[in-house]
Ligand binder design. Structure first.
Ligand code: ATP
Length: 199
């Protein structure tokens, strides 16, 4: 699984269609202050379904749409497409390349697409659950978060390590299985009561 490219259009400072290709190795994005470097990571967060405008440094979601400049009129639509190389089938999909698109129009209409087909946000979050990719996953570490991890209490740090290593999923699966066992035990007791009553 590898981030292959990102297509941004009408999102924040990216008024024009921009395609960023991520080659093998490390990719660094450099530019003067305010040139839009953070907007690239926010585009990734957004396409993966971020629902909080605040987490994208806005007051409301339409703030992500290009708001115009002294020389350019505002746009009516923001669009981001993220393309992942899935030739190792790291995420459960038959596709060797997975593309995720999110669009938002100024009138409030929005749309998500998986490989070009309209889908629900849930389809996207389900696809990436347990993959380590996602709005809240640790695949994206912001400046402040590094400090927060180092300064966190041991139990909070343990939670983070469990999230990263995928242990949390097994813990929640275990809790679910326990609840189902308890429920089944309850049903069995009820059946036994009925058997006694019928005898
Ligand atoms: P720094 O190095 O200071 O952290 P940066 O390169 O990460 O900066 P960003 O914070 O990504 O820059 O981009 C900020 C720029 O994006 C600002 O110039 C801001 O005006 C512009 N911007 C944010 N939202 C919009 C929008 N909806 N429409 C147009 N421009 C926007």
């Amino acid at each position: 699984m590898k981030l292959k490219s990102l297509e941004i259009s009408g999102f924040k400072s990216f008024a024009d269609y921009t395609k960023i290709e991520f080659e093998d190795g490390v990719t660094g994005i450099v530019g003067p202050n305010g040139s839009g470097k953070s907007n690239v990571t926010e585009a990734i967060k957004w396409v993966l379904g971020e629902q909080s405008a605040k987490n994208l440094r806005g007051a409301k979601m339409p703030d992500v749409i290009f708001a115009g400049t002294s020389k350019r009129r505002p746009l009516n639509r923001a669009m981001v497409t993220m393309i992942l190389d899935n030739s190792d089938h790291y995420v459960e999909s038959d596709y060797t390349e997975v593309s995720v698109t999110r669009k938002l129009f100024r009138n409030g209409d929005s749309r998500y697409e998986l490989n070009g087909q309209e889908c629900r946000l849930k389809d996207i979050t389900d696809l990436f659950s347990d993959s380590g990719i996602g709005g809240n996953a640790f695949s994206m570490i912001s400046q402040g978060r590094v400090e927060a991890i180092f300064n966190s209490k041991p139990e909070d740090r343990r939670f983070i390590i469990e999230e990263v290593t995928g242990v949390s999923k097994y813990k929640s699966d275990k809790e679910k299985a326990k609840r189902e066992l308890e429920q089944t035990a309850g049903y069995l007791n009820r059946v036994n009561d009925l058997v006694v009553e019928l005898e």
